[in-house]
Design a protein around this ligand. Sequence first.
Ligand code: ADP
Ligand code: MG
Length: 299
Amino acid sequence: MSIKVSLVSKIYKTQKALNTISFSAQKGQIIGFLGPNGAGKSTMMKILTGFIKPNEGEVFVDGIDVLQNPLEAQKTIGYLPEHNPLYSDMYVREYLQFQASIFKVDKSQIETCIQKVGLTEEAHKKIHQLSKGYQQRVGLAAAILHNPNVLILDEPTTGLDPNQLVEIRELIKELGKDKTVLFSTHIMQEVEAVCDRVIIIKKGEIIIDKKLSKLQKNNQQIIKVIFNTKVREALINQLENLISSKDISNNTWQLTFNSVEDMRSKIFDFAQKNNLKILELSSENKTLESLFTELTSKE
Ligand code: ADP
Ligand code: MG
């Protein structure tokens, strides 16, 4: 196991930020740590990286007990904290040299990392001259200097424009090829784009921990269709794979199917066969996005 968290609780004065959290991650997984603001994501990450201690529970990273040996554990962890603290007056290469000297990393790693995160063209610039997306790359380069097995990235894409977002996601995917990555976000699409697995946390508790493929594997299709004329229920019921149908108004039906095939094309065939015309056809499936909103907003 790359990461093993058992029954971790954290209380800030009177507030319980984490309530008996447990999860583990296998080597090579990219896990999206998803939750609304204040859910406890950063708290969990600070505990995982040995920067704060939990009130209860155990944390192992790469087999090392983080609470007993935080410095030892940090050698195997690359951490990009929230808000990516950088010395903005330093040059990119100079900053990475400085980081390498603090962490006693072989200087030869610097150029490799600059290349890995796509900073070659910018490495001679001052950090404050870079766009936010490129500053994130500097943070990522600093996090991987010591070639850690585990990457903990706290909202690495927050505040990026859409192009930068795509680039950083690609970079995380690339880095995840030979590392275990846990990264937090409050954007569901991001998890869909990058991760194998999602852990959803709400008010300090894990409410979902699933492989993404399992979460997406849902053959139920809800389709709204408007015909040019009234259609009898008996006729509607001839549609294959139909589980239920709702007559919304004269010509409008909401149809629920269970099928691996996209039933929209079947509905077209059905209309043609019965001399009906379709005025409108829309899929009303639950996306992961709406699932997330539903899960995290319910009291
Ligand atoms: P997230 O990263 O998911 O937004 P955090 O882990 O930062 O959530 O915060 C979880 C909860 O703990 C929040 O309600 C936050 O206000 C509280 N909290 C975080 N850090 C501290 C702290 N140092 N002192 C007191 N409360 C804190
Ligand atoms: Mg946070």
